[in-house]
Design a protein around this ligand. Structure first.
Ligand code: FES
Ligand code: FES
Length: 887
């Protein structure tokens, strides 16, 4: 122990500390300054914990407090507050650099240290200063712009007032600061792990280290007797079904007799502190009897393969799609290409690790106590119902905390079940804050696809037929399972008119990590195959891939692979908008000369469906006493900007100031089920439902002349109105032909990648990406471009680097998380064709931004080098091997 004195945010403090305590723990646990976050298990990889010590940016997870005698420490809370923010905090808000906001405090503190030393840094100096701060949402472009804007503020060249949009600029199409941005910039927005609950038990969970085994015996007697331990929770202690059923009842909260993948949770030790729980966990003995491991869809399909779930076949979904006669068309076509494409298991990689709190809210009588779960669900009502059934406890509520990104991972839940079960069993509040390694281990992943493809065209270059027979590795549990295949088939023909289609999607259980939603959920995989095949076929026909795509665009009146005729298809205009950029890029690449490096240009396109067949949403709007409007809708905003959308739509429609719109979106207690914040659906579906509620409210106000809730009340009218939106084109695809209903709306995109390949090392450097997108009238330009930039960055990671290997991928280094130094030039072209059924004409964009990216990258690599990489990710090793093999 050592007595030291240090200053935190201007206040001198005397402390007695041991030699091990790190600054992050002092700040978060002792001083309750939770603005500094932790993502990387204190390995120094994420920068979310960055604070300024003696003028320098330091990672507080690596800084021992004992070494800080006399130090001057500034945290995000010491920089400014929402009432009086620092110029850097204002700059991050106004530049649109804050999406989920988990990385934001660390980035702002790193910026503070940089600008104090150098108020006018170059791009390279910014990248150098922020090289240790990770962000998954933004693609870093707006972060760089925020640092530049902060520099301008500090140098007095411009003021926040001059940059901030004023009320006279209107609401639609204006980048008003997001409702939560300032709180995130000032470290006052609470993420799940930021809450501390007095008397809460902490959990340590045992996960399977093998992919398939029978649980033969569990001996926790030694652990039970260890200091601070309240007990050990097993499946036998869970009173409900113990099954977290999303669609199929197959995934246990805690495994009872079998483990089915590396990471399956077996039991939880509950103790007074996390250290005690972790120490005790080491003394639990579990005997596992290995079972044969099914490690691929082929193995799962084998005739005598062991069933992973006794009562469900390994082939758990099989859906064909037949339009026209593809076989006959292939025979008659002038050119046919054939290839096999594979995509990898990938982690969605939100920066915030999994975390859940469960506590009891006192009822009138003891039996009325309500179990409250705080987590980062994007579908709070559905997840609440899953928990009620799994845990056998009805009186429960779910509250969504601010969440550090999700990208599909939170369409399903894990830690909520374990924390909730422990809270019920021990009748205590519980905090379950898993490490990053543990979070990676237990969460769902992007499904790997194995696709055998044929694409054909006639002499003139008109597409004639497309076949795609694809196997999808679903891993150990179903989760959203067939939805991924269904979505892939609904969008199978992409942007094009393909008269004959023969496809089949099969979903197979294996002992790999379980698949679920991951930004795009299916179409990024199938579109990779289609868009690469488009380039292969253009090559074979001797056509330019740009002209070939444009020629084959679907047109209004023609139909998609589902047979549904489209009414609007603004894709050709997008291609025309891209044309001059493409011509410039091709010219520059042709003029580039180097023996060592080759330059290439690649295209990818996509038409992404929004508003599933039969999808429905609901929202309520209520007039407030001051004439403002409260919006009630269960609409998570893990970073996309849903809060902005709801606020600006309401303000625009009701002609009220933005600060009179009050959102209630995070609690099952005061909202109805509006559907998940997934599938890019919130703007289109929930925005439409909200407008219908507002229309009724406005009509009542106009009829009565009321301006406030009191006046409406006096006029005998309700102050609250409910709006609903439902896609009338409903029902499943035909099980034999895959023909049937489709999405109500589409967002269209064309992406172009310019890159260089080092012919010796196989390393790829992205020089620039250009995205042209049509998502209808833009509500918030910064949020739109922010989604596109983040999506491009994520799509490049999917194409070139990222892969999840169970047991090996344990942190952000092994995952190959993109840093600011991977950032590349990005340009965005926006086209705004109004959608007849969208809210004020708008539709969504959150996933489209990476649907064309991987094929655009792979097509550009082929353009540069002449070799095809048909299995993602296109690592330097694969490119080198392909070059050595001569393509
Ligand atoms: S928590 Fe300190 S760098 Fe990640
Ligand atoms: S805004 Fe950076 S991780 Fe989400």
């Amino acid at each position: 122990m050592k007595k030291i004195k240090l200053r935190v945010n201007g206040v001198w403090r005397e402390l007695i500390v041991d030699s091990e305590t790190v600054l992050l723990d002092l700040l978060r646990e002792d001083l309750r300054l939770t603005g500094a976050k932790q993502s990387c298990d204190r390995k120094g990889q994420c920068g979310a914990c960055t604070v300024v010590v003696n003028g320098k940016a330091v990672r507080s997870c690596l800084t021992r407090v004992a070494d800080l005698e006399g130090a001057d420490i500034i945290t995000i809370e010491g920089l400014g507050t929402p009432d009086n923010p620092h110029l850097i905090q204002e700059a991050f808000v106004l530049a649109g650099a804050i999406q989920c906001g988990f990385c934001t405090p660390g980035l702002i503190m790193a910026t503070k240290a940089l600008l104090d030393a150098n108020p006018d840094p170059t791009m390279e100096e910014i990248k150098q200063a922020l090289r240790r701060n990770l962000c998954r949402c933004t693609g870093y472009k707006k972060i760089i712009e925020a640092v530049q804007l902060a520099g301008r503020f500090i140098r007095g060249e411009v003021s926040p007032e001059e940059v901030r949009p004023g009320p006279d600029q209107g609401t639609m199409g204006v980048s008003h600061p997001r409702p939560s941005a300032l709180a995130k910039a000032c470290g006052t927005a609470y993420f799940t792990a930021d809450y501390k609950i007095k008397g809460a038990l902490e959990l340590a969970v045992l996960h399977s280290t093998v992919p398939h085994a029978r649980i033969v015996a569990v001996d926790s007697s030694q652990a039970q007797a260890m200091p601070g331990v309240a007990g050990v929770l097993t499946a036998a202690d869970i009173k409900g079904t113990n099954i977290l059923k999303f669609i199929v009842a197959d995934r246990p909260v805690l495994c009872k007799d079998k483990v089915r993948y590396i990471g399956d949770p077996i039991l939880a030790v509950a103790a007074e502190t996390r250290e005690q729980a972790e120490a005790a966990l080491k003394h639990v003995k579990v005997k596992l009897e290995p079972l044969p491991v099914i490690d691929s869809p082929e193995a799962s399909l084998a005739e005598y393969a062991l069933r992973i779930h006794e009562d469900i076949p390994n082939l758990c979904y099989d859906q064909p799609q037949i339009k026209g006669d593809a076989e006959a068309a292939l025979r008659q076509s002038a050119a046919v290409v054939e290839a096999r494409f594979k995509t990898q298991i990938n982690h969605q990689a939100p920066l915030e690790p999994e975390a859940t709190l469960a506590y009891w809210e006192k009822g009138d009588t003891e039996g009325d106590d309500q179990l409250v779960i705080i987590g980062r669900s994007i579908s709070i009502h559905h997840h609440l119902a899953m928990l009620q059934s799994a845990l056998g406890w009805e009186n429960m509520r779910y509250i969504e905390a601010f969440s550090g990104g999700q990208f599909g991972i939170k369409i399903d839940i894990i830690s909520e079940g374990i924390a909730g079960a422990a809270a019920i069993h021990f009748k205590r509040p519980v905090r379950y804050i898993p490490s990053l390694a543990e979070s990676m281990l237990m969460t769902s992943k992007r499904h790997p696809f194995d696709m055998r493809v044929k694409l054909a065209a006639d002499q003139e270059g008109n597409l004639t037929a497309y076949c795609n027979d694809f196997l999808v590795d679903n891993g150990a549990y179903y989760s959203i399972g067939h939805v991924v295949i269904y979505r892939s088939l609904l969008m199978l023909s992409g942007s094009y008119n393909i008269p004959n289609v023969a496809a089949r999607g099969r979903l197979l259980y294996t002992n790999n990590p379980w698949g679920s939603a991951a930004r795009g959920a299916g179409p990024p995989q199938t579109n990779f195959a289609l868009e690469c095949a488009m380039d292969m076929l253009a090559d074979k026909l001797g056509m330019d891939p740009f002209d070939f795509r444009l020629r084959n665009s679907l047109k209004p009146g023609q139909n998609k692979s589902t047979g549904r005729v489209v009414q609007e298809w603004p894709f050709p205009d997008l291609m025309e908008a891209m044309r001059p950029h493409y011509q410039r890029a091709v010219k520059e690449a042709a003029a580039f000369r180097s023996d060592k490096t080759k330059r290439g240009v690649g295209l990818g396109t996509g038409a992404f469906g929004i508003g599933n067949p039969g999808d429905a949403s609901i929202a309520a709007a209520e007039l407030d006493p001051d004439g403002g409007v409260s919006v009630y809708a269960a609409a998570a905003d893990p970073g996309e900007g849903n809060d902005s959308m709801l606020t600006q739509l309401t303000a625009e429609f009701m002609r009220i100031p933005l600060d009179r719109v009050r959102l209630h979106t995070r609690d099952t207690g005061n909202t109805a089920a509006s559907g998940p914040a997934a599938g890019s659906r919130i703007t289109y579906m929930l925005g439409s439902a909200l407008l219908r509620a507002l229309e009724q409210l406005k009509a009542a106000m106009e009829e009565t002349g009321a301006r406030t809730s009191t006046e409406l009340d006096a006029a005998g009218k309700p102050k609250r109105y409910v709006g609903r939106k439902k896609n009338e084109d409903a029902g499943p695809l035909d099980p034999k032909t895959g023909q049937g209903p489709s999405f109500e709306s589409q967002v269209h995109a064309v992406q172009m990648v310019e890159l260089e390949v080092d012919m010796e090392t196989g390393k790829v450097k992205i020089l620039k990406m250009t995205t042209a997108v049509d998502a209808g009238p833009v509500i918030h330009p910064q949020n739109l471009t922010g989604q596109l930039e983040g999506g491009m960055d994520m799509g490049v990671g999917f194409a070139l680097r990222e892969q999840y290997v169970a047991g090996t991928t344990k942190d952000w280094l092994t995952f190959k998380f993109p840093t600011i130094q991977d950032n590349f030039d990005m340009e965005i072209i926006i086209q705004e064709t109004p959608r007849p059924k969208g809210p004020l004409g708008a539709t969504g964009v959150g996933e489209m931004c990476l649907v064309p990216t991987a094929p655009a990258v792979i097509n550009a690599i082929k353009n540069a080098t002449g070799v095809w990489i048909c299995e993602l990710p296109a690592t330097p090793e694969k490119i080198k091997a392909a070059l050595a093999a001569g393509g």
